[in-house]
Design a protein around this ligand. Sequence first.
Ligand SMILES: [Zn+2]
Length: 293
Amino acid sequence: MGRGGLIARPLLWGRRTPARNPTPPKIRHAWGLLHAHTQWPNILPLVWSGSLERGCQPRRRPRHLTVVQNYEVRPNIALVLLENGTIQSEEYSSATHVGTHMDAPAHFARGGLTIDQIPVHRFIAAAAIIDITARAQLDRDAEATVEDLLHWESITGQTLDETVILLKTGWGKKWNNRTDFFGTPENDATKLHFPGLAPDAATWLVENRNIYGIGTEALSIDKGATRTYPVHQTLLGHGIYGLENVANVDKIPIYGAKLYVMPMKIGRASGAPTRIIATYPIILDPPASSNLV
Ligand SMILES: [Zn+2]
């Protein structure tokens, strides 16, 4: 049957509610009757705290290095507390491509949209979870292919149009191990190894579907071993935004979740730290003595 041919319901909808009232309510209102086995919503933040890019050396220039003018390396987000009596306030400085963040089209496409120019309706969209975890466990350089995209449409009955694709690779579990996450202990962009989207799949997407964005658990939507960033070039070149270092992708159902993508609105920026929230229904087991079925 191949990978993921059959999907058990709990897998499809992710984690069940950890604790439920053992006595099911006897009365449900009309909405509850219509959606007898669902409860809305789960809310899940898809954002890591902090960043792994800390400590990159400027001359080696690894991808997403926090390089600003004069190749000065900045810390991730430097927060300065300003105390004035009981009033708390801060100043901060930050690179734009660190932690969970958005790549605007301008990151790779000259003249492309900057963060502040992306139409906001593209920030609220259905999530399409493309799961290549099994392959990525065997091969750090695994790619999500056109077949994987079509497989998702086939098993869900949904289109990828107007979705934000999220690549599910298992990489989020490596977040607390920088070497494992990057695929190398070194600050050397030529030694990165992590999964990404196949270049052919990026081309297929821009020619056949209208997605708003694509996110990945890993450091880049291109796989780590790339040298030319073809996925960035193709997708960002067609106005599609990227989301990198996305958290908790393994907990979202493969379809049915809605994403709220909220990049910090930084004028003329090619990237921005981004809050992402996924909401999706909790599936409840019908009570044993249910008269709703
Ligand atoms: Zn980036």
